[in-house]
Design a protein around this ligand. Structure first.
Ligand code: MV4
Length: 480
């Protein structure tokens, strides 16, 4: 593989190109009209404009991207995450045109894109799953029968679902019919597929996922877990590795289960197997994401591997040279997604110009960044500016480093999730490791941040006053 096209933008496009360059592979960027001056465009060896700003007129135009790749004699296409990364038709079209899709085969993408097909595929592999039914139901009486068997509360889920769409919690039988109708109509309008199924609702779960990597020779490795329970509206904000609650035995059991899931769908490349974990540390397979995930840096830091390098190697048909026994966890990594969003205003996007934009740096600090000072944040795409990841010998060290790094990250012009990151890192429940997916709902309110801002402003005012008085050589301190 001599030349790779990265069908993406922002930090992940830069991240993939960095490894390609390290491996001596040439890089091609594609970009939309608003991204003409974006870092990923300048970082690439060659760059081609593929259309207007809206993603359906640029980054989602699979055929156009393949056309560019063929014209520039590209060997492989890396899709990053989002956009076309889990589009089975795109993966298939790439391969049909004699190019390598740096990711799994379209069949695995298709199977894992349907929750019901995924359950079906892993059935024979003895993988723990949440009690429930593994086929689509349309009949309310059938749903009631199952719900009574597994016990309320139950959760209605859309087979084609993602991001919590089409999901409905049902506490009692009287509500089942109306909630099922809503779930079906939501799933139909969102995914064009109204298939829903019913599961036992795990009330306070943690989200623990396992990174896997598979080659074309039948080898599957796992790279331990990531804890991703700090989310809001199904959007992760803080991720870490390892999880502070897993024992070596549990980790091993989950790793084995994850590699079985990969084997069940003939997986190739980097993938993530998602599990729910209940308060008693029982784990249940939820779904598999067939892409390199946003939060992959925490895994790279604790395992010492470059996941993009491994993706490219297995895409070239190479055998994984590592063995599972060679893999060890070293230290602890913490990641904060820095979004241009206002934590004081329901995390709504806060777009504008980055008037000041200075990254923290130092030992144990990694920033996967896609922006620069002076840039406008386009309204057309995900407003994630960067991922701030810290790495220490212990979890406490990683948390302290994160608090320092947040202080050193200077952003003016837009509101960001940086202060929210401080809130999480300082929170007792987070520090103790005793939290679940309800953390944000249970503990966060804009008032808490506002109060902190006011206190900090008071301290800043006092420091300024003290300095002023000293400058005036008046030896008198403020009494308050
Ligand atoms: C669940 C669940 C509780 N019980 N399934 C949310 C998105 C989708 N990937 C699966 N999700 C959930 N499935 C059962 N049987 C709770 C969630 C869930 C969740 C899962 C992981 C991380 C954050 C979450 C937030 C709300 C609900």
């Amino acid at each position: 593989m001599k030349k790779i096209l990265v069908a993406n933008r922002g930090e992940i496009a830069v991240r993939v190109m960095k490894t390609a360059k390290k491996m001596g592979i040439r890089t091609v960027a594609v970009f939309s009209e608003v991204d003409r001056n974006a870092p990923h465009v300048r970082f690439a060896d060659e760059a081609v404009c593929i259309g207007e700003a809206p993603s359906n007129k640029s980054y989602l135009l699979g055929d156009k991207i393949i056309e560019v790749a063929l014209k520039l004699n590209v060997d492989g296409i890396h899709p990053g995450y989002g956009f076309l990364s889990e589009n089975a038709d795109f993966a298939e079209a790439v391969e049909k045109n004699g190019l390598t899709f740096i990711g799994p085969k379209s069949k695995a993408i298709r199977v894992m894109g349907s929750k019901l097909a995924a359950k079906e595929a892993v059935k024979a592999y003895d993988i723990p799953m949440v009690p429930g039914i593994d086929e689509a139901i349309t009949d309310v009486s059938k749903a009631k029968e199952i719900a009574n068997e597994i016990g309320y509360p139950v959760l209605i889920k859309a087979s084609a679902g993602g991001g919590g769409k089409g999901m409905r919690v049902v506490d009692k039988e009287e509500d089942l019919e109306s909630q099922m109708e809503r779930a079906i109509s939501e799933a139909t309008s969102a995914f064009g597929d109204g298939s829903v199924f019913v599961e036992k609702y795990v009330t306070s779960p943690r989200h623990v996922e396992i990174q896997v990597m598979a080659d074309t020779h039948g080898n599957v490795l796992h790279f331990f877990e990531r804890e991703c329970s700090i989310q809001r509206r199904h959007q992760k904000v803080v991720e870490e590795a390892p999880s502070s609650i897993l024992t070596p035995e549990l980790r091993e059991a989950m790793g084995v289960a994850a590699t079985k899931v990969a084997k069940a769908c003939d997986y190739v490349g980097a993938g993530t197997v998602e599990f729910l974990m209940d308060a008693d540390l029982n784990f249940y397979f939820l779904e598999m994401n067939t892409r390199l995930q946003v939060e992959h840096p925490v895994t790279e830091l604790i395992s010492g591997v470059d996941l993009v390098e491994l993706q490219i190697k297995v895409a070239r048909g190479e055998e994984l040279s590592l063995k599972q026994e060679d893999l060890k966890i070293n230290g602890h990594a913490m990641e904060l997604r820095v979004y241009a969003e206002d934590p004081l205003n329901d995390f709504l996007p806060s777009v504008g110009t980055l008037e000041v934009y200075e990254l923290p740096e130092g030992e144990g600090i990694r920033v996967d960044n896609g922006f620069e000072e002076g840039m406008d944040i386009p309204i057309y795409y995900d407003p994630m500016l960067s991922k701030l990841t810290t790495y220490g010998r212990t979890r406490e060290e990683a948390i302290e480093l994160m608090l320092d790094a947040i202080k050193d990250y200077k952003i003016k012009g837009v509101q960001t999730t940086l202060p929210f990151g401080t809130f999480v890192m300082e929170h007792e429940a987070f520090r103790s490791g005793n939290f679940d997916t309800h953390f944000v709902k249970d503990y966060y309110s804009p008032e808490i941040l506002k109060q902190k801002n006011t206190e900090e402003a008071k301290i800043a005012a006092m420091v300024a006053l003290q300095q002023y008085l000293e400058d005036q050589k008046i030896i008198k301190l403020p009494t308050n």
